[in-house]
Design a protein around this ligand. Structure first.
Ligand code: CAA
Length: 699
């Protein structure tokens, strides 16, 4: 049986794409679809064709695994198949259920009419893979829905419900009952009426509206400049849609194909495709199979109503899970709940949440000062101060209070989960859930596996992360876990750069231009210089001697400059503004520290700054892999993308490392090791990869 099957219903041929799990349009599907279409066109007893998907969807689009590989001889490209569909002499109707994404939607745009099941999701998400729709999407969609709506849809890359697609004009009818039966009936009517095919490529009205109006595109480019900073594909989408307006259809298609071919070979697209698969792979834990039993989580409790506790509670309320927040006294509790209320209110004010939904969510968050109120919670997340004796006491108390099934996790960002678990009689039900601040916004959760954590607990917590809208990544125990441990390596280097001649604004600019949301100094001012100071104080007793760090940050702390909250930190801030302004006082301080250390300041180039920030961080990532604290390099990439805003178009630090080349990074680290000593010693894994000419992706 081919990847596409044909069933005759009267004089209508129903073609089903059958390539589970998502009916991706790989070589076998394209060949088979082309053959089945031709057969139906050749069959005199067939009056019209319906194309649909077998299983749970129409089609998830081109087979992403095939990108970058040679097309087998004799296999048609997707644009060729779609041209054949559009050019067909008999009416072709798409019957869409589940999902029609990317090439899947493009097939249906090549069809002459489209019917969709209620709730099906349609869209062109190519931009998220660093490419543009390459099978006519940028040429046909504007012809159906107009240029402005097409710009919005293609540049955002989201899937829209069939009802919206119907309102826009992508879908002709929403099926009332049985989708395929409705499509067949629709086709029969066309045949009976002798209606000729209505070819999208021949529709001109909607694009004619935008002809001679380049300002539409200019305005759109300006509007998306901030959001799309650093990405190539969104701008290429706009260019291709503009060409749809200004070029004849066939030339527009050829132009689209050229842009597609250029982007699909780009590092950005390779990186974004890596992220697509990595996002799915992180959920897979080799020794915790998919069928591992999980516990239902229908209620939660959070210990601590501070910034983290409040943010974590919101994640539960947002998805309808009731959550109890515990504080030591009524005052602290009220203060915490008030912050949560304000957070929601600001989303309401921005029009992104209705007052009604806010009330529902606040209604799901209960406050209490009585531990007894958490007894029946399915999970309790402790988010108290970073203090081991305090945490042990809390866990002991929770262990005594909670029902036997309750999973208890800690939001600690650095403490040893095994030591905390040992304070309970249920270490198998204890693990870390390290959220990133602000916890209601940042999507990462580092789920920390303890020595005794059971597989059921891991599976439950990994599922829970997804259920509350987070991306859970399983990590092992070490100081700072994966994300912060790598962050320390990078910020430590950034400190030395200042001592040697750079200034905070220069370092920040290099990192911002690389694509992170901000550099280390703007970030320190945002997070609070006092917070960093406390972390360093806590680390001090166990910090190995060779781990020297620049103490400029400590001196700034001693000047009572805590960052944005005091309008002064590494930068100064005007009242009410978050825009960092370089401060001559800080420059003076930095220069004086260099003098004290006997360092002659020198001009440091941007490339050196980038390498000295990124490579030690990558080197630390290599050590983390050697120590088995992250399962795969891709887990580290996901941590950095979702926890720190590492640019998706660079694929995460370890993927970026492979683009640069392990040998180049190893050489640079060897030089840094010679200059700075022990803590910059190249990781043996990095050395091995460099010598074998391999990358982290090969592991
Ligand atoms: N190609 C190859 N594999 C794909 C795929 C695709 N287009 N879409 C999904 N898969 C794989 C996933 O990697 C996953 O594999 P594993 O089970 O091994 O992890 C499996 O199919 C199931 O995918 P999901 O878990 O994501 O399933 P879902 O039901 O949650 O979501 C979906 C379905 C909405 C289609 C989602 O998979 C998705 O967004 N896919 C990508 C859609 C896309 O970007 N299409 C555009 C492709 S590019 C294109 O079409 C170019 C062009 O113009 C010619």
């Amino acid at each position: 049986m081919g990847a596409v099957t044909t069933e005759k219903r009267g004089n209508i041929a129903v073609l089903s794409i059958d390539n589970p799990p998502v009916n991706a349009l790989g070589a076998a599907v394209r060949s088979s679809l082309a053959e089945e279409i031709q057969a139906a066109l050749d069959d005199a007893a067939t009056g019209a064709l319906v194309i649909t998907g077998a299983g749970r969807m129409f089609s998830g689009g081109a087979d992403i695994q095939e990108f970058g590989k040679e097309r087998p001889a004799g296999v048609p490209s997707l644009p060729e198949v779609i041209t054949a569909i559009e050019g067909a002499s008999k009416p072709v109707i798409a019957a869409i259920h589940g999902v029609a994404a990317g090439g899947g939607l493009e097939i249906s745009l090549g069809c002459h009419w489209r019917l969709a099941a209620p709730g099906a999701r349609l869209g062109l998400p190519e931009v998220t893979l660093g490419i543009i729709p390459g099978a006519g999407g940028t040429q046909r969609l504007p012809r159906l829905i107009g240029v402005e709506a097409a710009l919005e849809a293609i540049v955002a890359g989201n899937l829209m419900p069939s009802e919206k697609a119907h309102a826009l004009g992508i879908v002709d009818e929403i099926s009332g009952n049985d989708l395929v039966a409705d499509a067949v009936a629709f086709a029969e009517k066309l045949v009976a009426a002798g209606t000729p095919p209505r070819r999208t490529g021949e529709l001109e009205d909607r694009i004619a509206e935008a002809r001679g109006k380049p300002e539409i595109f200019e305005k759109f480019r300006q509007g998306m400049a901030r959001r799309a900073r650093g990405f190539e594909a969104p701008f290429a989408c706009v260019d291709s849609i503009e060409a749809a307006v200004n070029l004849p259809f066939a030339e527009g298609l050829a132009n689209e194909r050229e842009i597609f071919a250029r982007l699909v070979a780009s590092d950005q697209s390779k990186a974004q495709r890596h992220v697509f698969f990595a996002e799915r792979e992180v959920a897979k834990i080799p020794d915790v199979p998919k069928d591992t039993p999980t516990q239902p989580i229908e209620s939660a409790a959070i210990i601590g109503a501070g910034t983290m506790g409040g943010g974590i509670a919101m994640n539960f309320a947002n998805v309808g899970i009731p959550v109890t927040v515990i504080e030591v006294d009524a005052d602290a509790l009220e203060k915490g709940l008030e912050v949560t209320r304000k957070n929601y209110a600001s989303t309401v004010a921005k029009g992104r949440l209705s007052q009604d939904d806010m009330d529902k969510r606040m209604g799901l968050i209960a406050g209490s000062t009585d531990y007894g109120d958490v007894a029946d919670a399915d999970i309790v997340i402790e988010a108290a101060f970073e203090d081991m004796p305090l945490k042990k006491e809390i866990f002991q108390r929770l262990d005594q209070t909670c029902k036997a099934e309750t999973i208890i996790t800690s939001n600690t960002s650095s403490l040893d989960i095994d030591e905390i678990a040992a304070a309970t009689g249920r270490p198998e039900k204890v693990m870390g859930t390290h959220f990133f601040s602000p916890a209601n916004v940042m999507r990462l959760a580092e789920n920390v596996r303890g020595a005794e954590t059971s597989k059921d607990t891991i599976a439950t917590v990994m599922d829970l992360s997804k259920a509350i809208g987070k991306v859970g990544v399983l990590v092992g125990i070490c100081d700072g876990f994966v994300g912060n441990r790598m962050l320390y390596a990078y910020t430590r280097q950034a400190g030395f750069l200042l001592e040697e001649g750079a200034l905070p604004e220069q370092v920040d600019k290099v990192i911002y231009d690389f694509g992170l949301p901000m550099g280390p100094y703007a970030m320190a001012d945002l997070a609070g210089i006092d917070v960093g100071w406390r972390v360093r104080q806590a680390q001090e007793p166990t910090r190995p001697k060779h781990l020297r760090y620049s103490d400029i940050a400590d001196r700034i702390y001693e000047m009572d400059r805590y960052g944005q909250k005091t309008q002064a930190g590494w930068y100064r801030y005007e009242k009410g503004s978050r825009a960092p302004i370089p401060d001559p006082e800080i420059e003076k301080l930095i220069v004086s520290v260099s003098e004290e250390l006997g360092i002659e300041r020198r001009a440091i180039g941007d490339q050196e700054i980038l390498e000295r920030c990124m490579y030690p961080m990558i080197n630390e990532g290599a050590k983390i892999l050697e120590e088995g604290l992250a399962l795969r390099a891709l887990d580290i990439d996901i941590i950095w993308i979702y926890g720190f805003g590492f640019p998706r178009y660079r694929g995460g630090p370890m993927f970026y490392a492979d683009l640069v080349g392990a040998d180049k990074i190893y050489d640079a680290m060897s030089r840094l090791y010679d200059e700075h000593g022990e803590w910059l010693k190249p990781a043996p894994l990095l050395e091995k990869l460099a010598k074998e000419g391999k990358g982290f992706g090969d592991l």
